[in-house]
Unconditional design. Structure first.
Length: 479
């Protein structure tokens, strides 16, 4: 069994084994004809059930053969130009290379004595990101597992900085389009459901700062504490960016922590054409960035940045076996002192390889391309009488709904759109997402693949219309 351990004597077997895996994935990428096969859970479950985990196959080739059936054949492929679903990006090759290196070396970024250079690389990328944001000389941060964890940590710091023992007095303000992890974090932080004040958005799905101002005033008048304002730079549904300068001014006026959730919009930090959309982000106390969304990085790669590194002390705990107090005086860089996690992946290496091979401009160019594509897609939808489109995109998301020519009830239109989404998914020809707007069923393209063209969008709109018409036609017959 020792032949399976990765070490000096097995280097050749490692090379063969990984190369074979890479070979299969490469073939898969070259031959997949759609983003999905349309397989159902009921079809796939028995295939996986049939695998006896107590009877190993013994060699990698056999396991890879089996993997074809249990995973690779029916996976959802984000690199395919007709994957237009959620906030998943196709990944860049330098990052995948970084992934292969980091898992083989297997550094753990909690302490210097488990990572050495890895720690310094992560720190340099944090400094690089903070400088792009413009957070100033005291900035710091840490890589996290994703935007959810980044938001949680930011709100933890905000809670501690609020300096109020009575948690029931704390209030968080975020737009009605903010990510659900804000609410989740509030619950985890012991703040209760009523602690999050939902601020309405304008017609472009951006937080109404006038309402925010009024709510902050009410909060103060009631003797409550405005703990944090969460501005979203790129809402998950619409890619809309809250008015950051106005929110920054209000945060200052009311002494609230300003957190910018740029999980999606962070790609603008590298953009050559649209960086100005993030103006005001430099006034934040903390920022969430998801490199695994708009920097074309593999899951996971995310970070939380803070304006004042002193705030990270709220995540610092010492253990004699790991990061004893003396290591602080000895200036040993232990990243665990800043993190909610202990054992932690060297995800930063993927971004490092990306920047060293392509540079930030290379990433920004890709993100600009998908934003341009979304603008073109919006024109297409706006000119198409079969569709209603919700907002002009600031980033790369389009929310729209099929509307039949013949008069039908809104509920019937909802059902036709939902049916079209499901039928499209089942066909495997394309994957789109869905959401609700004012209680009505809408469909959504999240465009993160620069390989997707306007004709792909047009073709998918035809497919959707076809499915929706079929649904409505059948229902007329049955009615
Ligand atoms: C995706 C997203 C998150 C959550 O990030 P994960 O990496 O999925 O945990 C938070 N906020 C926004 C605005 C997002 O789009």
């Amino acid at each position: 069994m020792r032949s399976h351990l990765l070490n000096d004597t097995t280097a050749e077997s490692y090379r063969r084994s990984v190369t074979e895996g890479v070979e299969r994935v490469a073939r898969k990428l070259a031959t997949t004809r759609g983003p999905f096969t349309g397989v159902t859970p009921a079809e796939l479950a028995p295939v996986i059930d049939a695998v006896d985990l107590d009877r190993p196959l013994g060699d990698a080739s056999a396991a890879l053969d089996e993997l074809e059936d249990v995973y690779l054949r029916d996976a959802v492929y984000f690199h395919h130009p007709r994957y237009l679903g959620h906030l998943n990006c196709p990944v860049v090759i330098p990052a995948v290379l970084g992934e292969a290196v980091l898992s083989a070396v297997n550094s753990s970024l909690d302490t210097w004595d488990q990572s050495a250079g890895g720690t310094l690389i992560e720190r340099k990328l944090i400094d690089w990101t903070a400088a792009r944001i413009g957070l100033g000389p005291l900035a710091d941060g840490i890589f996290t597992s994703g935007g959810t964890q980044s938001n949680l940590q930011a709100l933890l710091l905000a809670r501690e900085e609020a300096g109020t023992a009575d948690l029931s007095k704390l209030r968080i303000f975020s737009s009605e389009c903010s990510h659900f992890s804000v609410q989740k974090s509030a619950t985890l932080l012991g703040l209760g459901r009523e602690s999050v004040i939902s601020i309405p958005v304008d017609r472009n799905k951006r937080m109404q700062s006038v309402v925010l101002a009024a709510e902050l005033e009410t909060c103060r008048a009631e003797g409550l504490v405005p703990m944090a304002i969460v501005a979203t730079a790129g809402t998950t549904d619409f890619g809309s960016i809250d008015p950051l300068p106005e929110i920054a001014a209000l945060a200052e006026e009311y002494g609230a922590w300003m957190h910018v959730d740029a999980a999606y919009g962070c790609g603008l930090l590298a953009s050559l054409k649209r960086r100005h959309l993030l103006d005001g982000i430099e006034r934040a106390d903390s920022v969430t960035v998801d490199y695994h969304k708009s920097f074309f990085q593999p899951v996971s790669s995310s970070a939380v940045l803070v304006r004042d590194r002193a705030a990270l002390r709220h995540a610092t705990y010492h253990a004699d076996y790991l990061n004893p107090r003396r290591t602080v005086a000895e200036q040993i860089p232990n990243q665990v002192d800043k993190s909610l996690q202990t054992t932690r992946r060297f995800d930063a290496l993927k971004l490092w390889m990306t920047l060293r091979v392509m540079g930030a401009d290379g990433v920004g160019e890709l993100f600009d391309e998908v934003c341009d594509l979304a603008a073109a897609g919006h024109d297409l939808l706006a000119a198409d009488p079969r569709y209603d489109v919700v907002v002009e995109p600031q980033l790369s998301t389009l929310v729209y709904r099929y509307v039949p020519e013949a008069v039908t009830s809104p509920a019937e239109i909802d059902r036709a759109n939902l049916y079209a989404r499901k039928a499209l998914f089942a066909s495997g020809e394309a994957v789109v997402a869905g959401t609700k707007v004012d209680g009505r069923q809408y469909l959504k393209f999240t465009l993160l693949n620069p390989e997707t063209t306007v004709s792909d969008i047009a073709a998918v709109l035809d497919l959707i219309a076809g499915h929706a018409e079929q649904y409505l036609g059948e229902n007329l017959v049955h009615a």
